[in-house]
Design a binder for this molecule. Sequence first.
Ligand code: UDP
Ligand code: MG
Length: 159
Amino acid sequence: RGGLVEFSNDVLSRLYIMVKPDGVQRGLVGEIIKRFESKGFKLIALKLTAPGKAHLEKHYADLKEKKFFPGLIEYMTSGPVVAMVWAGKNVVKSGRVLLGETNPLTSAPGTIRGDFAIDIGRNICHGSDAVESAEHEIALWFPEGVAQYDRAVDAWIYE
Ligand code: UDP
Ligand code: MG
C-alpha cells in the first residue's frame, strides 16, 4: 500500500487482541469486535479457544514473578477466550487507546475497559503492548497463520 512498509515500526502493523473469559461470559465479544471493526482495522484472524494453563503461562511469561500471576492464570483458564488479530496503521498504539488502562478504574469512558469493567483482575480484554510482543503473541496463538486479503474500503480509510 502506497508508501507504507508493511509490519515494521508500528506503521502498518498487527495486533493480538483477546476477549478474556469474563468478556466472553458477559456477552461482550461482539461489542469488542465492533470497536476495532468500526474504527477501520482489518480482521485477519479469529477463533474461540481454551488452550489451557501451559499456554496461558507462556502468553503471560513476562509476569511470572508477579504476586497476581497464579490468580491471573486461574482467571484466564476459567473459560474460553476469543483470540483475534487486527491489522492496520499504528494498530498497536491505537489498540491500547481503544482498550484503556490496565486498571479499569483509571480507564476513560469510551474505552473498552472504561466502559465495561471495574476490577483490574476482570478487565475483559487483552491487547499487545508493542509491535514485537504482538508478533510474538500472534505466533503463539495462531501457529496456523492468519488471513491475507485486500479491502477496497482501505482507500476510504487511509489517505
Ligand atoms: N493484572 C492483575 N493485577 C495487577 C496487574 C495486572 O490482575 O495488579 C492482570 C490484568 O488482567 C492485566 C494482566 O494481568 O490485564 C496483564 O498485566 P499487564 O501489566 O500486561 O496489563 P495489560 O497489558 O493487560 O494492560
Ligand atoms: Mg500486557
